[in-house]
Ligand binder design. Structure first.
Ligand SMILES: *Cc1c(COP(=O)(O)O)cnc(C)c1O
Length: 453
């Protein structure tokens, strides 16, 4: 498979080049030359296949000739010791994407990307050194994704005292190949330091630096897996049993098995809480590959650049506003460029509807779903749940609807618990809280950073 920059269709690169460079030279994003359809035998059995087999079949054509089949097979097993259960909650399905080590869906992309990087750089002498600045969440997912991966070292910069205790433990509690640096300053200072370090001649000579940022194609492609798996299941009329770590108020509260709204042969509509739109773009890939998906709802908070675009046809990026679903506080979604490079506005409108939700309505729905269903929503998942409620009357969407649950509510307990009762903490997060954070503290100064690198 060749990959082209969204800003330069003339020159294709390999998967390895696209993954390891991240951003194309002229600032574009890499997209595959074509989205490969699933073979008919795979498409027809998505509902019964094992999650790892779907992962293998989904990624295979994108890395053909570059990652041998047995290696890819090992990679998807190592990356995903957890899966994405599809469970009925009230009148809809919830696709739980928070059973990984950082309890959020970014684990799916980050953990595959880490292993792909390690393989693609095999035999290189210098270890790959990944440098990231984080305001909290990304750092944890990247650290956990690369933890223990051979040939790669990660340095995470975060603003000292400005991340939550849980986030600090996710970033600075691992040790090993993960170095944590607490900067006496803001997130902007951290970002500035990372950018300056990338331009430093000495360090460039000494180290193989990379950024592993969220627009990397190697993070996007694996996010198609859970869409294909869930769509296949729903089409077969099946759901999953409740798993440990699922956020029910009481063990008896869940009542799958009695859910009668699901009939075989129906294509699902996914409602996706969106910020940078990587998750939704991956869903579009899964649909194009042939997974039985009817369409998508793009649900945002007040940062509604894309819902506005779908209505007006005008793309008007803006600065972001802070909300309680802060991982979606994005005013200029980077994957917009990827979506519009591959689909026209008319094509997008055919499969995609936008909706946006106020914090107030998000809070209300978290409370209501807890009261009526005994199920805890995190603020991001709350946006998706409420977004579907707002759209339901004005559109032709039917059953089944799948809400993407992008984070475990225990990650946002300070927002959720005042609206509910105590949120049960899943095993993954309990383990994180037991860690001792160890970070080097530096002033917001480039010479201090270069010294510790
Ligand atoms: C990153 C994130 C999102 C937004 O995903 P995009 O791919 O940026 O649209 C939604 N929810 C949570 C919990 C996230 O961490």
């Amino acid at each position: 498979m060749r990959y082209f920059s969204t800003r330069n269709k003339a020159e294709g690169v390999s998967f390895a080049q696209a993954a390891l460079t991240g951003l194309a030279p002229e600032g574009g994003l890499f997209v595959p030359e074509a989205i490969p359809p699933y073979p008919e035998s795979v498409r027809a059995s998505l509902g019964t296949m094992d999650f790892h087999d779907i992962a293998f079949e989904t990624i295979k054509p994108y890395v053909r000739g570059e990652i041998p089949h047995p290696v890819l097979e090992d990679m998807v097993h190592a990356a995903y010791p957890f899966t994405a259960p599809l469970v009925p909650v009230g009148d809809r399905l919830v696709l739980e994407l928070f059973h990984g080590p950082t309890a959020a869906f970014k684990d799916f992309g980050a953990r595959f990307m880490a292993r792909a990087f390690a393989y693609l750089r095999r035999g290189e002498e210098k270890p790959l050194h990944i440098l990231v600045a984080t305001s909290g969440d990304t750092g944890g997912a990247v650290a956990a994704g690369f933890y223990g991966v051979e040939g790669i070292k990660v340095t995470v910069l975060y603003p000292q005292g400005r991340v939550s205790p849980l986030q600090e433990r996710q970033i600075a509690g691992l040790g090993g190949n993960i170095q944590a640096i607490a900067v006496e300053g803001s997130f902007d200072d951290c970002q500035r330091l990372v950018k300056t370090a990338f331009r430093d001649q000495d360090i460039q000579k000494r180290e193989a630096l990379s950024s592993a940022n969220s627009i990397n194609i190697a993070r996007l492609i694996p996010q198609s897996i859970y869409y294909a798996a869930a769509a296949g299941k729903a089409f077969a009329g099946k759901t999953d049993p409740v798993q440990a770590g699922s956020p029910w108020a009481a063990p008896g509260a869940a009542s799958p098995g009695t859910w009668s709204l699901l009939k075989p042969g129906q294509a699902i509509t996914f409602c996706v809480p969106s910020g940078n739109f990587g998750n939704l773009t991956a869903g579009m890939y899964a649909m194009k590959m042939g997974a039985p998906i009817r369409g998508f709802i793009a649900a945002t908070n007040v940062n509604k650049t894309i819902p506005d675009y779908l209505l007006s046809g005008l793309y008007e990026p803006r600065s972001s506003q802070a909300t309680i679903s802060n991982a979606m506080d994005v005013g200029a979604p980077s994957n917009f460029e990827r979506m519009t490079a591959q689909w026209s506005l008319e094509e997008l409108r055919r499969v995609l509807q936008g909706v946006w939700v106020h914090d107030e309505a998000t809070r209300r729905i978290i409370q209501e779903v807890y009261k009526t269903q005994g199920y805890f929503l995190d603020p991001h998942t709350g946006v998706a749940w409420q977004g579907f409620n707002q759209l339901r009357r004005s559109c032709s969407l039917g059953v089944p609807v799948g809400i993407l649950a992008t984070a475990h509510p225990a990650k946002f307990a300070e927002t959720v618990e005042p609206l509910t009762d105590l949120v049960p903490v899943p095993p993954s997060l309990q383990q994180v809280m037991e860690r001792e954070p160890v970070a080097q503290i530096i002033p917001a100064d480039i010479s201090a950073l270069l010294e510790v690198l």
